[in-house]
Design a protein around this ligand. Structure first.
Ligand SMILES: Cc1ncc(C[n+]2csc(CCOP(=O)(O)OP(=O)(O)O)c2C)c(N)n1
Length: 733
């Protein structure tokens, strides 16, 4: 909590030891100071916006009492906070300063929350455990759940918090206390987001220490609460979630709010489960400076609301209780205004970020997964006595082996998703009644049995939740290796992937990071996989800065690349082609527990001199087959490059090959138009034009969906014969 600045002396009309729901008179003065400070920063920002000295404004006006009280009841730097844009009074109470805020408003280089990258009121402070927030409404709920899960995990497994050198842990400190809680908030409008309900479900089910704060000002921009929420009151809808403590309070009254948050926090800290505080507040200013509420709220309604203004109410209360007199209030307000003036003057003079900062912190500045540090050759055990006694391992085997090896090595790794556990009803396993499932493709088989249900568990069927929880865990220091069962069903998590996972580091100017690994089963060629079990779409994710995208074509690469993904400090989408899981092509011997392949290093599958094929994933074996045929039948020598990682990708290898053969095909399984190959082809045309003796060709799927009927599927997806024909044409161009 921020210290009181030269608090005015108390008047002696009431006994000094009188408290108000546990709040002392001194604390009430401090609450008033913080509330007034919050309001006056809003007013100052509004002025600055009108003067075009800042570029956006959204206020916390009307929410101050609830939030200053919450800040008093909670512990900065001990509890964790996922606030939203109206929480100015909360973060001031926790210890952020007016200068911190105004530096963000002007977009200064020294903006401690984001280095000039985020709009005002998007606070972040590693010191205070205030985690960088985004603008999408409601997505923070899942991060809070993940953060709470991580705190609980470290309390149960303190050895996991130990620092280790040589991987992401070197740069990821962990702190936990055992009774800390995770605060997360939004307006009542954002409770309509699915992520809110997914978070309630998860937190309730496993009694997580999360404090859900709903700040109900009755409007979501112009949409009133009775349109937003069935029955118009969110408290009624959530009332049946088990293990919860619920509070509904007048959020314009700091004393009532403090009591509500204190009771909620007690429930949580006692380990009984989460709590939800529903505070009724007001919104005396429009939604933001881009909104004019007079368009949808009549004068009469707005006038009525003013009567509940928390600032004037507390002022009157302080006078009535004899805590401060009018003069003392005026003195206190003058001090606040002076503090804001000084902060404003400094912020307006603060240097803006240099253009050289733009690309900083998209990825970890400490650990570069493309570097030699992530290169470690396979070390298979010596050949067995009997030839053939050790079968070559499939991609599925070697992914499973990598997960096991890494989990043995690093107690921070947790594995979860839909059906990834061996058996959620553990007793069945213990009693040997069942063998266990371990994933619909059995990639995680045996993990729960070896590492236990704290480290390997099934989640509800909710993809946004899987990714969102991963983010919260990774922020807190765990290494989630989550699974999305089918690429086709990744879309509910798109928001979490695009707007959250990939952005945590950049938008907090390296204050926070979320190096989670998201494994995804992808791809077609399944004979009957149809529309919803065959999709590719990797280019949608390679289009996202901040996310590493890996797509191995064989067992050994999958093993080495997954290890790099786990040990590095960036979020990684690890795409596993379902058709390759158990393919004969690309099997390998177990490479030992330390095999790593750096990202951004292509593999020359086959050397050649007439045509280059740039490809990856399940097209690799198809291209190989086509190349062998082209050589056999037409003496065309085809070079095949397997990119292995799509973001980053190995431009040097591409350039070397194209410079040698002067003819190039970019081949990929996804639909032709706007696919991954478009970027590669464009760059070849741009930078290697002088080396080309023929146009850049693409071989890819037809611009449609994958049909169920195998004859159609064969036609739709790129086949070896398509590649063969393209090789012939290009060689003869
Ligand atoms: C996912 C998403 N959809 C829409 C928006 C645009 N938007 C910003 S704030 C807001 C209303 C939020 O209302 P509420 O949750 O009640 O909070 P309040 O602003 O009233 O405090 C909307 C629709 C957004 N930021 N994110």
């Amino acid at each position: 909590m921020a210290t009181t600045k030269a608090a005015p002396k108390l008047v002696a009309k009431t006994p000094e030891d009188k408290t108000y729901q546990g709040l002392t008179r001194q604390q009430l003065i401090e609450i008033y100071r913080l509330m007034f400070l919050s309001r006056r920063i809003d007013d100052r920002e509004i002025l600055l916006k009108r003067q075009q000295k800042i570029f956006f404004q959204i206020s916390g006006a009307g929410h101050e009492a609830l939030l200053a009280a919450a800040g008093m009841a909670l512990k900065p730097g001990y509890d964790w906070f996922f606030p939203y844009y109206r929480d100015r009074a909360l973060v001031l109470t926790l210890g952020m300063t007016p200068l911190d805020m105004l530096l963000q408003s002007v977009g200064a280089a020294d903006d401690p929350s984001s280095g000039g990258r985020q709009m005002p009121s998007h606070w972040s402070s590693p010191r205070l455990n205030i985690v960088t927030g985004s603008s999408p409404t409601g997505s923070q709920y899942l991060h809070a759940v993940g953060c709470a899960e991580a705190g609980r995990y470290f309390s149960r497994h303190p050895e996991a918090a130990r620092k280790a050198v040589g991987d992401y842990r070197e740069f990821k400190d962990v702190s936990f206390h055992g009774d800390e809680l995770v605060y997360v908030s939004s307006g009542e409008g954002a409770t309509s987001e699915g992520e809110f309900w997914e978070a309630l479900n998860a937190a309730s089910n496993v009694r997580l220490p999360v404090l859900f704060m709903i700040e109900d000002n009755e409007y979501a921009i112009s949409v009133p609460c009775e349109v937003q929420t069935a029955g118009g009151n969110i408290s009624r809808l959530v009332a049946n979630f088990p293990n919860f403590h619920f509070e509904e309070c007048d959020g314009t009254d700091p004393v009532e709010s403090y009591a509500a948050v204190t009771r909620a926090a007690e429930h949580i800290r006692a380990g009984k489960g989460p709590a939800l505080v529903h505070g009724h507040v007001i919104r005396p200013y429009s939604h933001s400076l881009s909104d004019d509420e007079r368009l949808y709220r009549p004068e009469s309604e707005r006038k009525e609301e003013v009567k509940r203004d928390p600032i004037t109410r507390l002022q009157m209360f302080l006078i009535r209780e004899g805590i401060l007199d009018e003069k003392e209030i005026t003195d206190l307000e003058k001090q606040v205004d002076q503090e804001i003036q000084e902060a404003t003057d400094r912020a307006l003079e603060a240097p803006v970020p240099g253009k050289d900062t733009i690309l900083r912190f998209i990825y970890s500045p400490d650990l570069d997964p493309t570097s030699a540090r992530f290169e470690s050759a396979p070390a298979p055990s010596p050949a067995p006595a009997k030839p053939g006694a050790v079968a070559e391992k499939t991609m599925a085997d070697l992914i499973n082996a990598c997960l096991k090896d890494e989990m043995r090595r690093d107690p921070r790794i947790v594995v979860f998703g839909e059906d990834v556990a061996d058996c959620s009803r553990e007793q069945y396993l213990k009693d040997k009644l069942v063998k266990g499932k371990g994933g619909v493709f059995k990639l995680t088989a045996g993990l729960q049995m070896e590492f236990g249900p704290d480290r390997v568990f099934n989640t509800p069927l909710a993809e946004a939740s899987i990714v969102g929880r991963s983010i919260g865990m990774a922020v807190r220091g765990l290494k989630p290796v989550a699974e999305i069962q089918f690429f086709d069903y990744i879309w509910p998590a798109m928001h979490q992937l695009r707007n959250e996972l990939s952005l945590i580091r950049w938008r907090s100017f390296n204050g926070f990071s979320s190096p989670a690994v998201i494994r995804v089963a992808i791809g077609g060629y399944l004979t009957g996989g149809a529309i919803y079990h065959s999709q590719c779409g990797e280019s949608i994710f390679t289009h996202i800065p901040g996310l590493r995208v890996v797509f191995p074509s064989n067992a050994l690469d999958a093993n080495g690349l997954l290890r790099t993904a786990i040990r590095c400090g960036d979020p990684v989408m690890f795409l596993e082609h379902k058709r390759l899981y158990r393919e004969t092509y690309g099997r390998a011997q177990y490479p030992g527990p330390d095999h790593m392949i750096p990202f951004g290093k292509a593999r020359v599958v086959r050397e050649g001199s007439n045509v280059s094929v740039i490809t990856y994933g399940a097209v690799v074996p198809r291209a190989l087959q086509a190349a062998q045929r082209a050589e056999r039948e037409h003496q065309i020598s085809v070079e095949i490059l397997d990119l292995r990682t799509l973001s980053p990708y190995d431009w040097q290898a591409i350039a070397k090959s194209v410079t040698k053969t002067n003819r190039v095909i970019v081949a990929y399984e996804d639909v032709l138009s706007w696919g991954y190959g478009a970027e590669i082809a464009a760059r070849i045309a741009d930078e290697l034009f002088e080396h080309l003796d023929a146009p850049v060709r693409r071989v890819a799927a037809m611009d449609t969906f994958c049909a169920y009927q195998p004859a159609l599927e064969d036609e739709i997806l790129p086949q070896s014969d398509d590649l063969y024909q393209a090789m012939l044409k290009l060689a003869g161009y």
